[in-house]
Design a protein around this ligand. Sequence first.
Ligand code: NI
Ligand code: MN
Length: 223
Amino acid sequence: MPEITFLGHAGFMLGEEGKETLIFDPFISDNPQASVKIDDLKADFILVSHGHFDHLGDAYKIAEKSGATIISTAEIAGQAGEKGLNSHPQHLGGRHHFPFGSVKLTLAFHGSGIPGGHACGFVVDYYGKNIYFAGDTALFGDMKLIGELDPLDLALLPIGDNFTMGIDDAVVAASFLKAKTVIPYHYNTWPPIEADPEEFKKKVEQKTDSSCVVVAPGSSYKF
Ligand code: NI
Ligand code: MN
């Protein structure tokens, strides 16, 4: 059974015994919520949603140490490649198959953090389970398509407001996505993104058919 571990802020680690480890948006060094040390992190693939410091974070350091392949937009993957790191460029709407399954880059309405780039989200097929990681984004109506095209086992959604969706918009996102389970992130790292994940959970479970699991930094959820 795959397991997802919340690394704090927008960082997640996805893996299963004896299979590849994927890390999403590893922001560890300067992260007040960080639950791990960089030296303890090993990955086969690192998925980076955009170039803001709280997402690109320590991706290059971890890739350098572990030889992981950075999967991101062409702009960020290109920058990783220039640093001599393994990288795989994709772009919005494109899917690529990997030994564990596949990665499709989705829209995300947010700054790219890199010249000429675009922020993205990811739909990952990991050994038959579909996981949507929204990145940093506003609510948008085409989230309905994401869940229709790839029925989701898990949706990871930012709820902290100010820079991304807040709780009420993220509840609407959950109603569009129709994932079996929703996990919130991007909240309570700093004062501007304070939010109560229990309020989000209550509203998701009142207003949608999804269940919501609040995962504390350092904790894991099997699905
Ligand atoms: Ni951002
Ligand atoms: Mn962010």
